[in-house]
Design a protein around this ligand. Structure first.
Ligand SMILES: [Zn+2]
Length: 234
């Protein structure tokens, strides 16, 4: 059997690795590095193929790899990852705002489209959308020169009772969970007042602007990222 027919084209594969390494190192599990196992799990590839690709990325000057520590992106690798993230997040915004896609549908479509559009298309798209700062999930969109706004949001699970917070982004792209978050009204930009954070089971009780009170389970409250909202705002 010809195995080459089942693997993705090299360019899209390299890009997926760069994004995975970037995301994992941002999540900070291994101090700026992404381990072979974490990347394998994220991309559903075997650890052996991830090791091979780490070697290839090193040859291409896109990543460095130290045994037992994992892969880190070089400056060039990071720039490439941010270029793909910019495309991905602009495409998601476009699909949602202009083509009637739902919040939970846009990620998969953007995953496949980001490899087939040009930088020129991406910049036309950015202009068309009015240069948005965040995608539909609230993730900041890297600028064309590769800078990314610092993200100082924190999980809703770490908020304190009485605190007013604004949803900044949701750290989950799993469609069923996104649909549920939307149902609960936990989309970027929403203002919430934290009523209770239960130590026992991590459940967070919030009240929204329409005075609807909702209980959010611990795992879900850990994937909704918020900013503290200033007193007296709206
Ligand atoms: Zn996405």
């Amino acid at each position: 059997m010809d195995r080459s027919t089942t693997v993705k084209s090299p360019s899209s594969s390299v890009g997926d690795y760069l994004k995975a390494i970037w995301e994992l190192s941002e999540e900070g599990t291994t101090e700026g590095a992404a381990s072979t196992n974490d990347v394998a799990e994220r991309l559903s590839f075997s650890a052996a193929s991830v090791s091979n690709m780490f070697g290839r990325l090193r040859e291409m000057g896109l990543a460095e790899h130290e045994p037992y520590r994992g892969a880190t992106l070089t400056e060039e690798g990071r720039a490439e990852a941010l270029r793909l993230l910019r495309r991905h997040r602009l495409i998601e915004t476009f699909l949602l705002e202009c083509l009637g896609y739902s919040w939970e549908e846009v990620h998969e479509e953007a995953e496949s489209m980001e490899h087939s559009v040009t930088d020129a298309f991406t910049e036309r798209l950015a202009a068309f959308l009015g240069h948005p700062a965040q995608d539909p999930h609230g993730d900041p969109i890297p600028s064309a020169d590769g800078t990314l706004e610092a993200d100082d949001s924190f999980p809703l699970a770490e908020a304190t009772p009485g605190q007013r917070v604004r949803v900044y982004r949701v750290g989950d792209e799993e469609p069923a969970r996104l649909a549920y978050l939307e149902e609960l009204g936990l989309t970027p930009g929403r203002l919430l007042e934290v009523k209770e954070v239960r130590a026992l089971d991590g459940v967070v009780v919030v009240e929204d602007e329409a005075a609807d009170v909702r209980s959010i389970g611990g795992p879900l409250a850990g994937s909704v990222f918020v900013h503290s909202a200033s007193e007296g705002g709206s």
